[in-house]
Design a protein around this ligand. Sequence first.
Ligand code: ADP
Length: 464
Amino acid sequence: MSLFSSVRFRLTLWYLFFFGILLAGFCAFTYFLIKKDIHDRLDNYLVKDSHHAIATMLSELKENPGNNRAAALEALSEMSLNSPIGIFSGTNLLASNFTENLDDVLVKEITDSAKKSNGQVVLSTRYAGKEEVRIASLLVEAEGKEFFVILAEPLESAREQIQPIKEIFAITLPSTLIIAALGGFLLAKKSLSPVVAMSNQVKHISANNLYERLTVKNRNDELGQLAETFNELLLRLNNSFENMKRFIADASHELRTPLTIIKGEIDVALLQAREPVEYQETLSIINDETVRLSKMVNDLLALASADAGQYKPKVELFYLNDLIESCYKTSKVLASRKHINLILSPLSETPFKGDEEMLKRLILNLLDNAIKYTLNEGTVTLELINEAKKVKIVVSDNGVGIAEDSLKKIFERFYRVDKARSRSEGGSGLGLAIAKCIVEAHQGSIEVESLLNKGSKFIVSLPL
Ligand code: ADP
């Protein structure tokens, strides 16, 4: 992964972007405030001086009545101001220490502005092609005449005062940004280091070591939670991987048994010439094992398609009571062989939407089990119970029952409480696993209640 495409780099860029905007805004605001303060102070100083100049002029007028020009010259020499000043009567210049003559048009503009703003005006302008200056003008009436003063101060001095601040910002802004970028990059690197560590750990996890777990440093932070979530995923993967391995081992074992029997029977038959009745016996055994094999392969196919999410019911409307009755009739033959009393509780008409074939397989499986695991002359009952929003199919027997610790496992693939008994009855331990898949495909549930040596009750609930 290149540095530029890394999250660290992008985080640093975003951080720098927002921090840069904030910092630039702060500098601009500070610069504006300082500049305004300097200009305000300059204006105050000019206004104060203009008042002082007019006051001096008026007092000189009293001393030189009728001689305005002399009064103005006196006033000018008496005042020791730094800024150049001009004293006017109307638009006539009485006295001035401006090095250049003030343009008449400019003087007119200034006087007009002063008149408009109650005699006092402060403005920025240029004269005689010089640098920009700040001008303060004050206009008063005395002895029936208008007198006004114009004071000018070059803005250059204000600019000089601001210059160091500009320089400070010009140095500190980029250097702060560089430091912030470095800091941000290191911070992002440190914050993301657990992710890098996790990714290195994950790289070493394969199907052979799914039991390994990521180190969780702090369960309460986001990265700790990510590691925990990943560990939970690993646990689930490990479990399903183990289940798959066990399933493959069990399936191979189960498929090998009938094949071994078939091979053994053929070998024995071929050893020497035999009577037709002996061949018939051998073929009958081979036939039984082939039937068992093909049933198991069908069951395995059904489970594989359920695992692939393709075991979907073909929904059609049918009468569940008719299906129950037909299953009852089919199983009756099997039950009568063991002298088992198979009872069908009274049925009421139950229209149902579902996969008839799947449900037939489910009911026959449960009946088959009940008959298999009930001793001769026992009783098996089949019931259909209608409830408000669901129907219940209940198969109960008074057979061998199931011990409590096995109850949870009987729906697992290839699980059999008594392997030898199940095998001798033609079972392979897949019937209930398929029953569960069928029920779940119909959004229903299957439960079992059982007492050892007393009997079992399988209850299938299907939503209507
Ligand atoms: P199997 O082919 O062995 O019958 P199932 O998946 O149908 O496989 O059943 C799993 C196991 O559950 C059986 O081997 C048996 O031990 C137990 N079992 C199922 N139904 C009953 C029942 N009605 N009475 C007692 N045990 C049962």
